[in-house]
Design a protein around this ligand. Structure first.
Ligand SMILES: Nc1ncnc2c1ncn2[C@@H]1O[C@H](COP(=O)(O)OP(=O)(O)OP(=O)(O)O)[C@@H](O)[C@H]1O
Ligand SMILES: [Mg+2]
Length: 396
């Protein structure tokens, strides 16, 4: 098959040739966004799921849908080690500048920019990574307490007032939310709560690993009522089939049904894996129709590609002890596993592994679906760990 025409798109946040299986969620979000615009109560939404299930591309698609509908959007990714106010400030400035071009919203947007100046000036003392251009002077008393929870709320209110005056809504899209520190997460939740109470047209669409739900609940106990947390999981069989067959058919080629079934079984419907297997199968197939034999021939290459990228980048971020912890987990299977079982397998006590477990959670490698349980955040990570750490020398 022509490698230039290969339609599959394995990657991080790389839009797939066919975004399947998410129509209901997109429709629900469209309703929420429109309700927000007209000042009706609408829940903010956090897309939660494991690595590679398609949260980022879904977030971006929902954002495109919103922009097409004339809603103003702000898009940020919370990187590890940077503060939320620092990544939000420049984007909010852009949104306010855009709103200031709408005649009815101009005065509100300018006041919003003043709020932003006060916000950034004061919070710089705490979050010294804040860097944002100033268009107007700060207004004393407006978003300049120096307390993030208060000031973010005041800033969001100004943004909301400007959006309302412009007859639109502002939708904030924040990816990798699980990396935001608890105090900053609390401030974000409070700010969203406040704008909701005031029926201002601001809505938050976030994405993160499954631990996000618990993190938000810890930050503010009412967060679980304030937001929806739809689970983004592997694609159901019919959708996964389409993810493979449609792009091939669009290229004027075809694939046998048993070949598609085999890809579904190998990938368990995980979006990233579907793209990887689709891509490698296309590469090795000599001609259309693509057959089961082609899938079998591509299998080793697809696994090697995953090992070198998707799995490897995660593995490389871990300390030797963390790697051994993950290896012990893998020994027990896909999981989730009890902390006691992991410790026994490792050859030590639960208490001596607690710091390792907790740093792995902070890094987003594992999470705790229930008290005392530990699970991988990366699908099929157990088999990868067994491939990369052979032998027995990881035990205590
Ligand atoms: N609904 C879908 N149908 C087909 N392919 C998809 C779908 N969603 C995502 N993909 C593909 O899966 C891969 C992973 O998507 P994405 O980066 O959005 O996942 P993610 O959940 O954000 O992962 P991470 O947690 O690592 O950031 C991409 O190659 C993308 O093209
Ligand atoms: Mg992502």
């Amino acid at each position: 098959m022509d490698p230039i025409r290969n339609p599959f798109a394995p990657g991080a946040g790389t839009p797939p040739p066919e975004l399947v299986g998410r129509d209901d969620l997109r429709a629900a979000l469209r309703i929420s966004l429109e309700r927000t615009r007209i000042g009706r109560p609408a829940k903010s939404t956090m897309l939660v799921g494991l690595r590679g299930v398609g949260k980022t591309v879904l977030l971006d698609r929902i954002r495109q849908d919103a922009e097409t509908a004339g809603i103003h959007t702000v898009r940020v990714e919370a990187p590890e080690g940077r503060s939320l106010p620092a990544i939000l400030a420049p984007q909010l400035r852009q949104a306010l500048l855009r709103l200031s071009t709408v005649e009815t919203a101009k005065a509100y947007a300018i006041r919003g920019l003043r709020a932003l100046a006060g916000f950034a000036n004061k919070l710089k003392a705490t979050y010294n990574d804040i860097e944002v251009g100033f268009d107007f002077d700060a207004e004393p008393g407006l978003a300049d307490n120096g307390d993030l929870e208060h000031d973010l709320q005041a800033l969001f209110e100004q943004v909301g007032l400007a959006a309302r005056a412009a007859g639109t809504a502002v939708a904030l899209f924040v990816d990798e939310l699980q990396y935001v520190e608890e105090a900053q997460l609390a401030a974000l939740i409070t700010a969203m709560h406040r704008t909701e109470q005031r029926q201002l047209p601001i809505i938050l669409v976030g994405a993160g690993l499954p631990q996000l739900r618990g993190q938000m609940g810890n930050a503010k106990s009412y967060a679980e009522r304030l937001f929806d947390f739809p689970d983004i999981g592997p694609l159901p069989d019919d959708a996964a089939r389409l993810a493979i067959s449609r792009p091939i058919i669009s290229e004027g080629a075809s694939i046998d049904a048993d070949a598609v079934d085999r890809i579904l079984a190998l990938t368990q419907g995980y979006a990233y894996f579907l793209q990887e297997w689709g891509s490698h199968t296309w590469r090795v197939a000599p001609r259309s129709p693509i057959t089961l034999l082609d899938v079998e021939a591509a299998n080793a290459q697809a696994i090697a590609a995953l090992d070198e990228s998707f799995f490897r980048v995660r593995f490389d971020r871990c300390t030797p002890k963390e790697k051994r912890y993950l290896r012990a987990m893998a020994e027990l299977g896909a999981g989730p596993h009890r902390s006691g079982d992991i410790a026994t397998c490792f050859g030590t006590k639960v208490s001596s592994l607690a710091p390792t477990r907790s740093s792995l959670i902070t890094k987003g490698m594992i999470w705790s679906p229930n008290h005392g349980d530990t699970a991988f955040t990366v699908p099929m990570f157990d088999s990868f760990m067994k491939r990369i750490m052979r032998g027995d020398d990881w035990r205590e």
